[in-house]
Ligand binder design. Structure first.
Ligand SMILES: NC(=O)C1=CN([C@@H]2O[C@H](COP(=O)(O)OP(=O)(O)OC[C@H]3O[C@@H](n4cnc5c(N)ncnc54)[C@H](O)[C@@H]3O)[C@@H](O)[C@H]2O)C=CC1
Length: 493
């Protein structure tokens, strides 16, 4: 049993392969609590020998898994959902320690979403089946929907167990095995998920977790025994993984970054619009890929909107993320905080008006953590850096507009296409604008809700493929066509 080092909260972590803790031979990495900078645990990155071992275990377990009746596989995935719910408090606390997100959020948005996902895909194991094609008297064809084999999942740090589940549940439901690498910044809860999947009755090795940073992810992407890579991460990492996956022609799913728009029309309910803008920018400290960070407000309601928005933003309670009253915790790391603060500076230097926030919190309660006040910029232009680039922190840009056609064109003028939102009471406008916006998800009179039944994913440079919904199964299966001839074989020779 590993010992807890005197300066860490937990014992050393290790990759989880076929039910065993496997210390990798790679770099030593520490995961820290962003609320106070303390080291939570250390681990060694998985090296290529460790990844080989995970791939071997996954192939063996996948054969066993596939031999089980689909209904039995569904029962096991349902047990995973049940165990996740039963352990919500413990898992939510770990997620908060590792990510800094407020404990107000984690039980539902993180652990609840993970459980919902296993439950949804548990119900689908029996419908992963093919089609029959009649071809006349003497022939027919049918398709089989077969799993890809061993899939790799690579995660970001903002929603660790949710990302692990959104990849693993559909992969397993379709008959695959999964090797998951959480972000090196947030490795803890994926390891808990591995224990839970085994406790639920899945064959050991069906779901493995390898720890490490980019090098480990790159070794997974290059591995010939892995059939698919599903990434949640930034656009530059997505491009690197896609290029590397081409060497072995792997399937890829890419859940990448965004710079989404939220459009507030003049007939929208103003308080609801402010609520949507807050949810679209400041939930999880603004560290959400689908955030609507370009808030376009109709010029006739802009002043009123901005006043109410500022008032509510200044009341957001920032503090210890484990305190149930806290509404915003620290950013994930010192480096990330510095990056976000640099964007705030850039906004000011390019002439945007900083209406509120944007500064680091340094008083006693905050001094070793990575806290900042949520920032709102007004008087922004479409060409400013803060309006063009993904910041991935609590920084909102408010822009104004007068014409629907013009605002839709401006909302679409970005290489990203993950999500968008619109606030209006006009039904025809809602559907017209939803159709015209170039994004994978559109929220009408809401923002950032991701029920598992609804497919989620990006267009343009925000991604390829979809997670969740029935759609996700397409990205974890292949169709095999079987042509059956009942007559004589006709040949011209
Ligand atoms: N579309 C979506 O569903 C979501 C997208 N994101 C995006 O993720 C980004 C923030 O997360 P980060 O962890 O900072 O992203 P990142 O791109 O730096 O890292 C993501 C993961 O990729 C791994 N990685 C890095 N280099 C790699 C390589 N060459 N080969 C294989 N793996 C590699 C990292 O270790 C990490 O596990 C933002 O851009 C955000 O928009 C975050 C959450 C959801």
């Amino acid at each position: 049993m590993p010992m807890t080092a005197p300066d860490t909260l937990m014992p050393d972590l290790a990759s989880h392969i076929a039910g065993e803790m496997v210390a990798g031979g790679g770099d030593k990495i520490a995961t820290i609590n962003p609320a106070n900078g303390a080291i939570l645990a250390r681990f060694a990155a998985a090296d290529s020998a460790t990844i080989d071992r995970a791939v071997g275990a996954a192939h063996a377990a996948q054969r066993e898994w596939l031999a089980m009746p689909p209904a039995e596989r569904g029962r096991i995935l349902n047990r995973v959902a049940h165990l996740l719910r039963a352990r919500t408090d413990e898992l939510a606390r770990l997620e908060v320690l590792d990510t800094g997100k407020p404990i107000q959020e984690a039980p539902e948005a993180d652990i609840g979403s993970a459980a919902d996902c296993f439950e949804f895909f548990a119900g689908l194991t029996q419908i992963v089946h093919g089609e029959h094609m009649p071809l006349g008297e003497d022939a027919f064809a049918y398709t089989r929907r077969e799993p890809l084999g061993v899939c790799a999942g690579i995660g970001a740090w903002n929603y660790p167990i949710q990302i692990a589940s959104w990849k693993t549940a559909p992969a397993l439901a379709a008959g695959n095995a999964m090797i998951f690498k959480p972000s090196e910044l947030t490795p803890i809860t994926a390891l808990k998920l591995a224990e839970i999947v085994e406790e639920a009755g899945a064959p050991k090795g069906l779901f493995n977790v390898v720890l490490g940073a980019g090098e480990t992810g790159a070794a997974m992407t290059a591995h010939p025994g892995i059939a698919k890579v599903s990434l949640t991460g930034s656009v530059p990492t997505g491009k690197r993984i896609m290029a590397a996956a081409a060497e072995t022609l792997k399937h890829v799913t890419m859940e990448l970054g965004g710079k989404s728009a939220l459009i507030v029309f003049d007939d929208a309910d103003i308080d609801d619009s402010v609520s949507a803008a807050l949810l679209a920018n400041f939930y999880t400290q603004g560290e959400i890929c689908s955030n609507g960070t370009r808030v376009f407000v109709h010029e006739s309601v802009r002043e009123e909107f901005l006043a109410r928005l500022t008032e509510r933003t200044e009341k957001i309670r920032i503090g210890d993320p484990l305190d149930p009253d806290t509404q915003m915790g620290p950013l994930i790391s010192e480096a990330h905080l510095q990056k976000v603060l640099a964007y705030v500076e850039k906004g000011v230097s390019e002439g945007a008006k900083l209406v509120t926030g944007g500064e680091r919190l340094t008083t006693d309660a905050f001094k070793n953590g990575f806290f900042m006040r949520p920032a709102i910029f007004a008087e922004t232009r479409d060409d400013m850096t803060i309006v063009c680039e993904e910041i991935f922190g609590p920084v909102m840009s408010v822009l104004s507009f007068s014409e629907e056609e013009d605002v839709v064109a401006r909302a679409n003028a970005t290489p990203f296409g993950l999500a968008a939102g619109l606030m209006t009471q006009n039904l025809a406008r809602a559907h017209r604008v939803a159709a015209a916006l170039q994004a994978g998800t559109i929220w009408v009179n809401s923002y950032n809700l991701t029920p598992i039944a609804m497919p989620f994913g990006g267009t343009k440079q925000s991604g390829i493929g979809r997670e969740n919904g029935l759609a996700a199964l397409d990205f974890y299966t292949e169709r095999k066509s079987v042509y059956v001839n009942l007559g004589k074989v006709e040949a011209p020779y």
